[in-house]
Design a protein around this ligand. Sequence first.
Ligand code: ADP
Ligand code: MG
Length: 538
Amino acid sequence: MAQFINSKEALVTEAIDGVLRTARGRLARLDGFPHIKVVVRTDWDKSKVALVSGGGSGHEPAHVGYVGKGMLTAAVCGDVFASPSVDAVLAGILAVSGPAGCLLIVKNYTGDRLNFGLAAERARAFGIKVSMVIVDDDIALPDLPQARGVAGTLFVHKIAGALAESGADLDTVNAAAKQVIDQVASIGMSLDTCTVPGSPKEDRIKAGKAELGLGIHGESGVELVDFTGAYAAMKTVLERLKPHARSGDKVALLNNLGGATPLEMSVLAEELANSDTIGEIRYLIGPAPMMTSLDMRGFSVSILPVSDAELALLQSPVPLPDWPGCSEINTPELLPIPDGLTPIKPIPSGHPATAAFVAQCCDVFIAAETDLNALDAQSGDGDTGSTLAGAARALKAAMDQLPLADATQLYRAIGLELSQSMGGSSGVLLAIFFSATGDAASSGLSHVEALKVGLARVQEVGGAQPGDRTMIDAMTPALATLPEGFAAAAKAARKGADHTASIVHAKAGRASYISEDRLIGHNDPGAEAVARLFESLA
Ligand code: ADP
Ligand code: MG
């Protein structure tokens, strides 16, 4: 799969600079590219405990996205899925550590443990106070002595970060981080593998299946499960987390592994909020991409039981756009539908001549259904005839509900009927036409003048002008000649409709997406409908 990168080698350094471009001076990097890829806070005076984290890249926005006031002091980045070197970690530690010391937050992978561990040793030799915690929140592999570190690491970043920012000493920050690590549990599910730059994509997960318990480096899941939808997916994940979740108020962190859409993530959030698999989930962080695995189409859930103090630390605001915040899960608030949607129905009244006239108009559209569909098939999606005929049938069926004796009210009532019964562009446009005509007629204009106001409104709302290959090309000349009678109007409408067959640059409606050679020689269906109507009336 093609990716918007230049080379595997330059990927991470270019991306880091790309982030710094818009960090508004909040962040800087050490001048050590390509080997030393360290991003630091610029507002840092070393007076408090420094927090250094990092690891392989490919988990963005982790970890650079969490460097800033109240979270990390520095992020040390390796290449994609590769641990940074000892020198890189040491550079990070030395750049930000002052007398208060430094806490290293490391995800449990051998490479990271070793490189961060040795860097810590070397930093201590410089007399720097360094503590290191290892996050091992993944519960996918129950019998693994060394569980992996995944998205639960974010809890450590936030809680330790808020504590350090408040001025707590290294031992306190270290203890709080360890407490979180002790309690947090995570597991992920994915519908597809990720695309590692420079490597062919592995096509491991077949349609209808999902991997449960995968790692964030493309490691395959522990189990291949049937995928039947978001509800079951979330239920499975929460059932796995349940034995690890202690009682008490809990915070869930819903992480996008990179390739799920925001829409899917919101559905998963809804399922999480609705589920009672694990009780007492009162707060949610996300859904958001926080600890991703490149473009993996999956999600992970991390659960942390929290004390009041931890909750306050999680909820303390940070100026980091990549931190989604920790919100209380609420019941969706419902407001009543505004009144205007149930329109006031006009009082029906009988008028045989008008009824016959309206019926005649409707019959024109019903008879033209097939022809107009065929024309729309040339320039659109083949449904103008069905849309107009459907509306005509609905109008005929509603005839005894119409205020036939009151012409002014009748326009509005037809507009209302059309807005309820017609879909498609032609339907809405005609509904607008009749509603606007009705308003104009009620303000005292003559029928023809009122109809012209209706037409003007259609142009205003629809954005089409004469010559754009729409019904307007027939309506405009028809209304202009209507004072001379239906025969003249019919002639003018026909001329306008036939002219549309020579307009190959449609500027409105679906026809504007169709190539010239498909449009030439075919009348616009909307214009043709108008011409047929006036021809019948003539
Ligand atoms: P769609 O299927 O594209 O929603 P219909 O098939 O119901 O629309 O109607 C297509 C007709 O609508 C066109 O033949 C054209 O006459 C008319 N039309 C489309 N867009 C406009 C517009 N902006 N202004 C006026 N008429 C339009
Ligand atoms: Mg259509």
